[in-house]
Write a protein that binds this ligand. Sequence first.
Ligand code: ZN
Length: 476
Amino acid sequence: MKIIVRAELVTDWGETTAVEVAQFDRPVSELEPECLGLSLADGKQVLSNLQKFFVPAQAYEYCEVRSVCSNCRRQLRLKDYRRLKVDTVFGTVSVRSPRLMSCPCEPPYYLEGLFSPMSQIIPERAAPGLLLLQARLASKMSFRQVVSIMQEFLPGTEKLNHVTVRNRTLRLGSRIDGIELPLAVPLSPDNEWSIAIDGGFVRGRDEARPASFEILTGRLSAPGMKPRVFACVRGEVDSIAERLASLLQTCSGSPAPKVCMITDGANGVQSIHRQLPFPATPILDWFHISMRIRYLEQISKGMHARSETEKHTKSVLCKQMTKLRWCFWNASFKKAEEKIHQALMLCRIIVPQTPAFRDSLSHLDYRLRDLWAYIGSNKSSVIAYAKRQREDKPVSTAMAESAVNQVINARMCKRQQMRWTPRGAHLLAQVRCAVINGDLPQKLAAYNKKMSEMPEHISRFLELLRAGMEREPQPF
Ligand SMILES: [Zn+2]
């Protein structure tokens, strides 16, 4: 059997061209299991050949249309032809690209000037679909792995290298950096937004700087919306508070949304809420308090009590620690302070019989004071967690920690040998967040729209220019 794949190209004005894309021979006498149907290599060949016919024909059609002024119907003067190589998902295609003298009555210049229609629509010589695909893959695996995966499945990727993939991905990251999209379905303005922030460290590349640096990551959520993750590196954005404010204002569609900010009370993160242009309620992460109490419980339960006094002390301390958890959960600080004082007192007045028991007591003493200092330094953001949980609102940064896992650990830390510059990590994190949030194409479209919008003073100048030309036929 013989398979001939033919394609027919029909222009918008009805001209038809038939081309043979590929031909495969499958003699029945030589049929082997691996000859059944198209192989991966055959598929790559078909797609690559089709692209080689398709793209130049499209370019030709487009340039034909652009070679006539859309306003005065004048044929534009042709300067010359250039060869343009365009990278697409299915291989690199060479295109014959004309350079034309533009007409004074239409874009791009409203003047006589040399322009290339193809360079205008593909300024980077790479199809947007390819750029998005590479960025999506690069947000999940190393740049070298992206190259090997693409070489496995896509035609015309033999010359692709990881540096190109990295540059393109980071360039895309720099474009979508700082672009926030409103929610597709706006929520009511009374909605309470929860924003949980946590940090993760990645290894730095620059020898002169500290060996690792922090990426702040977080998750924004509200009842009735899919949570959004975000990330940024300190020093790579002008102000983290400004960035968060713009995210919150865009998502909520309100200049002053109701916000709760959950942090672990470390690294200067807890002061961000004060820099926001609208009031935000700070909340100390319950998980971090709970972990500290858990530690106390473990110490008191693990005490090796020998004598009667020691056994009694141990049982009292165990009960106190359980009550302590309840006190913090319900925000009864007075009771919590009492419990801590009683426990500290016990730790100091009991005369231990064994060195092990003495060690446990001093350990407990140290940890109790540590907990009290931690609560004291974050006093303004400790709340009644029980009440908040009954209202079905988040009380811990667990969701921020899962964002850290999603954004940083999977791509930049665990099992990855790569070292990062703060800029590179920041830009890759932007791409990764957009991929997780599922809005990478939309963000890129928003960027392109922003770039194509002409600044107001230029459009006003062009208006005047056109109006002047209509009055006098030859103003120049
Ligand atoms: Zn014209």
